[in-house]
Design a protein around this ligand. Structure first.
Ligand code: ADP
Ligand code: MG
Length: 581
């Protein structure tokens, strides 16, 4: 029997809305997210949330935002009605959280919804209702404070199949709380209250002061995270990254404390995840997850957030640049705070690290490094004990190379030890330390490498291109992944992570030349690599200089290639002698 020919018919509005709801409204938490985003878009500073039975029976959000004009109330519940964009140009610049005009009608199509609102300056409030189908009657007046209340009852009452997919009340409540936490971390300036079955479970005051922000962070992520986190503040190439990352020795068994905000909205993006995993690579044991709360800001036109209806995935115009910026900022912060120095310093200084971004304002934060630096300088000048950088490992003994005091012309490091003054040749010291680390990796599992997001193609000499093939294993152990892609051309896929700041072209050519050398011993190649490490970016703060000094000390016993040590000791007697005292 032939199938009857299906005639084309227009979907009913309700069905169209329910189909859209399938995309937007997955569970109570997705309803709450849409409602909270609407409140924030309306400029709310105080939001209170009531939920019952994991949000299935009730989700009510009340805000003190600008409200909805009573003539627009019914319109707000109809599809593709939005006050947020008018033109495609607006879409490029859109900073508000929702803009599709789909949320309210979608939610209304699968619940019993009441929308009540009062515009500022209006005498009273108005409300409309919808039960599965679009609003029946026109708005009715009711008493209401300025702002908006959206009440969503009996979610999925008319779509039982959806309802079956919901988890236990407790699980759904967990999801609801997670939504509130994300908003709370995104907007430190907004007061938030969450009540479950009439009992308050979260109450967050606006956090304008730094101490309040720390308190909010601790309330959401736990005091342990706040204590063991490093603050990040980095800017460059029109990108700004701020926030907190777990110190290397703080990790979690689940990836449950990872918040990344892009221009104020939570994203879970593969590219960003990759950059962060890479920064933590080798620092965490297998199966452990880093913790972070990070805020990235960039021009809205450089990122497309309209990729997915729930807007967790984004598309960057300059993906590689963003990736490398995040990776580098986090890796650097981890390196600098590797011994827990930075978080300890922050506690010492009595400040709580707080990024400037969550409220949109920017304010300079007294840097922890600065405080410690000032204390160290003070101690060096006055001889008052206790002010200088504390010894890293237990024990009171002064480390042989002492503690850093300052840098001279970016080329020398001055350090005070028991004997007097140590003068360190910075580039040489840096080379030696990098060589030592590369050599350790080489002798072990191979030098730790880092993939380039986009491979680079390099013109090289024919014998160098051949070296890529004939010395493949050696190059892999040195941290390179290269592929010959022409008679005189090589594609670079991975580089040693330690040398990530160097010019890949110069580095690869030098290494290929050294490898192609008939007598090319591995150690000579390692020195070539170390020579290419860019020293000027490292050892900027006193803490980083101290790390360098400790690294030099551990190498002392290891008879480094009959090289002259990259430092000299000036004893107090020698110094006195200079002045014939
Ligand atoms: P969108 O947020 O994508 O514009 P919604 O369906 O979520 O679409 O909301 C439709 C419109 O209703 C919004 O554009 C806004 O004008 C209005 N609106 C919704 N919630 C609120 C609120 N809490 N306060 C003020 N206006 C609101
Ligand atoms: Mg919306």
């Amino acid at each position: 029997m032939p199938e009857p020919i299906g005639r084309i018919r227009r979907l009913s509005t309700t069905l169209a809305n329910q189909i859209a709801a399938g995309e937007v409204v997955e569970r109570p938490a997705s309803v709450l997210k849409e409602l909270l985003e609407n409140s924030l878009d309306a400029g709310a500073t105080e939001i209170s949330i009531d939920v019952e039975q994991g949000g299935v029976r009730l989700i009510r959000v009340r805000d003190d935002g600008r409200g909805i004009h009573h003539d627009d109330l019914a319109l707000a519940l109809s599809r593709h009605a939005t006050s947020k964009i008018l033109t495609l140009d607006d879409l490029e610049q859109v900073m508000s959280l929702g803009f599709r005009g789909e949320a309210l009608p979608s939610i209304a199509s699968v619940s019993r919804l009441v929308l009540a609102s009062r515009c500022r300056g209006d005498g009273g409030g108005w409300q409309v209702r919808a039960e599965g189908v679009a609003a029946e009657a026109g708005p009715e007046p009711l008493p209401h404070p300025p702002g908006t209340t959206v009440e969503v009852r009996d979610l999925f009452f008319n779509t039982p199949a959806r309802r079956k997919f919901l988890r236990s009340e407790k699980t759904e409540l967990g999801h609801l709380q997670e939504v509130v936490k994300r908003i709370a971390l995104a907007r430190f300036d907004v007061s938030l209250r969450l009540r479950n079955e009439h009992r308050g479970i979260l109450s967050l005051r606006p956090a304008a002061e730094e101490a309040d922000r720390g308190r909010r962070l601790a309330a959401i992520c736990g005091a342990g995270f706040l204590e063991q986190s490093l603050a990040i503040h980095d800017a460059g190439m029109d990108l700004r990254l701020a926030g907190w990352i777990g110190a290397p020795d703080y990790s979690r068994s689940q990836a449950d404390l990872q918040y990344f905000f892009l221009n104020g909205r939570v994203v879970r993006d593969k590219l960003i995840g990759h950059a962060l995993r890479q920064a933590y690579q080798d620092l965490l044991y297998h199966g452990r997850h880093p913790a972070y709360v990070l805020y990235l800001e960039m021009a809205p036109a450089l990122v497309d957030v309209n990729v997915h209806p729930t807007k967790h995935e984004v598309r960057f115009r300059e993906a590689r640049l963003v990736h490398d910026f995040i990776y580098r900022s986090v890796a650097r912060a981890l390196e600098a705070g590797g011994a827990g120095a930075q978080s300890a310093a922050l506690r010492d200084a009595g400040t709580t690290p707080v990024p400037a971004f969550p409220t949109g304002g920017s304010q300079p934060r007294p840097g922890a490094g600065k405080v410690r630096e000032a204390m160290a300088h003070y101690a060096a000048l006055t001889g008052v004990p206790g002010g200088g950088p504390p010894a890293r490992s237990g024990g009171d003994a002064e480390p042989p190379l002492g503690h850093a005091l300052a840098q001279l012309h970016g080329a020398y490091l001055l350090s005070q030890n028991d004997a007097g003054l140590v003068l360190v040749d910075l580039p040489a010291a840096r080379r030696q330390v990098v060589h030592q680390r590369l050599a350790a990796g080489f002798a072990g599992e191979g030098v730790r490498s880092q993939p380039l997001l986009v491979p680079v193609s390099l013109p090289v000499a024919a014998d160098e291109a051949e070296a890529v093939e004939s010395h493949r294993d050696l190059l892999t152990r040195l941290g390179f992944d290269l592929a010959r892609n022409g008679p005189e051309s090589v594609a670079v896929h991975r580089l040693p992570a330690l040398l990530r700041d160097t010019d890949p072209g110069a580095l690869v050519r030098a290494v290929l030349a050294a490898v192609a050398e008939p007598s090319g011993a591995a150690d000579a190649v390692l020195w070539t690599m170390a020579t290419h490490s860019r020293g000027d970016a490292a050892a900027v703060t006193l803490e980083q200089m101290d790390v360098l000094l400790r690294d030099l000390e551990t190498q002392e016993g290891q008879a480094v290639r009959s090289q002259r040590p990259p430092w000299i000791q000036l004893t107090r007697e020698e110094l006195d002698g200079l002045f014939r005292r």
